[in-house]
Design a protein. Structure first.
Length: 318
């Protein structure tokens, strides 16, 4: 009987320990799950703020000068976009800057869209845009105004990237088609240029900051701030798309460099190393032989001129 009681006690204690262990594991699991979810939420918030800096930099509603804060925020955003476009341009130009008269077909295509001229479907093709017939020859003033506009600069830089890609001989390789990695240059230029035109018109519709009694209306101020931040965010994303396109150009340029390197190696590969090593040794041996013959000639000449010739001359006199 005693053994039965002990066995029952042991079983009950084991069951209690199992239950307590399960409760502890559940509590720890819930605690760590909560910590993990909280960490993920914080990371998500940080990522969203990083992806949309305008959202975190929008002027506070309680600011003493909300329009002034908004103007500062928009100026900083525009400065970032301008710097990004300038960085891409400087890399494209390198040591030989492109003059305005050298505008390629894609720049002319983007300018036509910017000016509202009709663009035929064939003009936006990957191979037609760069060599399409120009309906007008843009002057330097048009291109300067286009490339320096806060919104137009994005379309201009995109077109410059497309022109650079189309000029690379590697772009004509079937590699891009065979692996389905060829970007539609004309389509990309057309899409970004149309987006830039739409945003330009939206900024015109929004107009300048409210003034007069409108500047004292909270609804007007908040609406103007929201629309301004929204449009500025669109421009930010358009610049990110341009940066991705410029990164694609760098990949094409690297392929071009590799192609040139391989062509150089193939060209110099026609030089037979073994043949030239053998020929070099033969030339070295011939040089030694000729040098040895020269030394012998010098010795023999000395003997003949210094000894034999005088002796022969004296014998002849006798």
């Amino acid at each position: 009987m005693m053994y039965v009681l002990i066995a029952v006690f042991v079983v009950v204690m084991a069951a209690a320990l199992v239950v307590l262990l399960g409760m502890a594991i559940g509590a720890f699991s819930a605690m760590f799950t909560g910590m993990r979810d909280d960490l993920r939420a914080r990371r998500s918030d940080a990522r969203s703020q990083s992806d949309n800096p305008m959202a975190s930099r929008a002027p506070a509603a309680s600011s003493a000068d909300p329009l002034g804060d908004l103007a500062d925020t928009l100026r900083l955003a525009q400065a970032r976009r301008w710097e990004s476009c300038q960085t891409i341009r400087e890399r494209l130009n390198g040591d030989s800057p492109t003059t305005q008269s050298d505008a390629g077909g894609f720049i002319v295509l983007a300018l036509d869209i910017w000016r509202g001229l009709p663009v035929e479907a064939g003009d936006a093709g990957p191979d037609d845009a760069a060599g399409r017939v120009r309906r007008h020859e843009p002057d330097a003033g048009e291109l300067d105004h286009f490339s320096s506009d806060p919104v137009g600069q994005i379309a201009w830089t995109t077109a410059a990237v497309a022109d650079r890609i189309s000029d690379l001989p590697a772009w004509r390789l079937d590699f891009f088609d065979r692996h389905s990695v060829r970007v539609d240059l004309g389509g990309e230029v057309t899409a970004i240029a149309n987006a830039a035109v739409g945003l330009r018109d939206q900024f015109v519709l929004l107009g300048d900051a409210p003034s007069g009694h409108l500047a004292a209306d909270p609804d007007v101020i908040s609406t103007f701030a929201e629309k301004s931040v929204l449009l500025s965010g669109r421009l930010d994303e358009l610049v990110r798309r341009l940066e991705a396109f410029a990164g694609y150009e760098q990949i094409v340029a690297q392929i071009q460099h590799r192609q040139e390197k391989q062509a150089w190696l193939d060209r110099v590969g026609g030089i037979d190393d073994f043949e030239h090593v053998v020929a070099t040794e033969w030339d070295r041996a011939e040089a030694d032989r000729v040098r040895h013959m020269a030394d012998e000639s010098d010795v023999l000449a000395s003997i003949y001129l210094d000894e034999i010739a005088p002796l022969a001359k004296s014998l002849k006199r006798r």
